[in-house]
Design a binder for this molecule. Structure first.
Ligand code: PLP
Length: 400
């Protein structure tokens, strides 16, 4: 008798996790992994933030019992998330129009949101930016949606093809779900201006589109409030919309899976009904979220002292990324590469879309052990004072 798995095919490797496996198997001591989406310190380590450490110590000492959380997670956490997104004095919050549930990272928030949207409007199509975070398409397809692209990146200007994007959105049927990167676009680093966001809000309003803002990097571009510009612009509009947010990067809590799904509704009464339905999605999936990560984030955000420490540490990460951008541009100029890499300074967040071709990326890997995504995306937050000269050498070499 043959196994029930006899005909199972091998699924394709996740492109980025596959890159990590290849990197780990590389024996060269000079190797550098720029393929990841993780912030590293100048020592090349994933930081454990001081504010997190302090909150964890207090939690360990308090030795709380590990009962179940409510389906929607910790109330104090959800409140703190909403205040980061909308601002402390948001009318949406005081009027009770928003709901937030603690989710398993930004990915978990997207998945719960996608599953709920499929129940709300099964016929809708989902539109993601071209290009986008590689999991967006798979995630919404796995919820049963057809996923299409809207134009986003313009390789010629290395910025946003705003006219193309706007024209596409303006042609979509009402109810279409539009996934937007709220800040620090992954993979391109190209964000819209504040004025362009206002125009996108107006198009969504005019066409009856359903915006789904994905904010995985709040605080990595300009600061906590400045990076919430898209959320704030939609908040003023009176539209209903979805937000997935994540503390993986901003709290360096990747493995604790701390994120949130937030939904803006038209009224407090409506919010109650929507919450009841979202809870059904969660209940039949993972029942309720884990306790630790959310409790730590809530404790940091509730303490004036720890919150200040976190904001300082977040600013430190943001500043170091900017320094690495500047250093990379300077070091490539010193190596007399033909192109001007000044655009790297304008890109925001952890990544740079370098414009390197798949062949050049392959050469960096084989000749130098410098690993990047085949699209030419590199993680600026993986550069440091010790590896940046070597990386600049590698880039300059493959450009010649
Ligand atoms: N959305 C985008 C655009 C991301 O880049 C990421 C992480 O890389 C996520 C969502 C998911 O984050 P998390 O690790 O919190 O699930």
């Amino acid at each position: 008798s043959s196994s029930i798995f006899a005909a199972v095919e091998m699924a394709p490797r996740d492109p980025i996790l596959g890159l990590n496996e290849a990197f780990n198997a590389d024996s060269r001591s000079t190797k550098v992994n720029l393929g990841v989406g993780v912030y590293f310190t100048d020592e090349g380590k994933i930081p454990l933030l001081g504010a997190v450490k302090a909150a964890e110590k207090a939690r360990l000492e308090a030795a709380p019992a590990r009962g179940y959380q409510p389906i929607e997670g910790l109330a104090a956490y959800n409140k703190a998330v909403a205040e980061l997104l909308f601002g402390k004095d948001s009318a949406l919050i005081s009027e009770g129009k928003t709901i937030t549930i603690e989710a398993l990272g930004g990915t978990g928030a997207l998945k719960v949101g996608a599953d709920y949207l499929k129940r709300l409007n099964p016929a809708a199509k989902v539109y993601i930016s071209d290009p986008s975070w590689e999991n967006h398409r798979a995630l919404f397809e796995s919820a049963g949606f057809t996923v299409e692209n809207y134009p986003y990146y313009d390789a010629a200007t290395r910025g946003v093809n705003f006219a193309g994007m706007k024209a596409c959105l303006a042609s979509l049927p009402a109810g279409s779900i539009i996934v937007l990167h709220a800040c620090c676009h992954n993979p391109t680093g190209a964000d819209m201006t504040d004025a362009q966001w206002e125009e996108i809000v107006a198009v969504c309003q005019a066409r009856g589109l359903v915006p789904f803002l994905d904010m995985a990097y709040q605080g990595f571009a300009e600061g906590i409030d400045a990076d919430a510009v898209a959320v704030r612009a939609f908040s003023k509009s009176g539209l209903q919309f979805f937000i997935s947010s994540s503390f993986s990067k901003s709290f360096s809590l990747y493995g604790e899976r701390v994120g949130a799904l937030t939904i803006v509704t038209a009224s407090k009464e409506e919010a109650g009904r929507v919450m009841s339905q979202v809870k059904r999605v969660v209940r039949t999936n993972y029942s309720n979220p884990p306790t630790h990560g959310g409790a730590v984030v809530a404790a940091v955000l509730a303490s004036a002292e720890l919150r200040q420490q976190w904001e300082d540490e977040l600013a430190g990460m943001r500043v170091r990324i900017r320094e690495m951008r500047k250093a990379l541009v300077e070091k490539l100029a010193e190596r007399k590469v033909a192109q001007d890499f000044g655009f790297v300074m304008k890109q925001r967040g952890m990544f740079s879309y370098t414009g390197l071709s798949a062949e050049q990326v392959e050469r960096m890997k084989t000749e130098f052990g410098v690993y990047a995504v085949s699209t030419g995306r590199i993680c600026i937050a993986a550069l440091n004072s010790k590896n940046i000269d070597y990386v600049a050498d590698a880039i300059a070499a493959v450009l010649k």
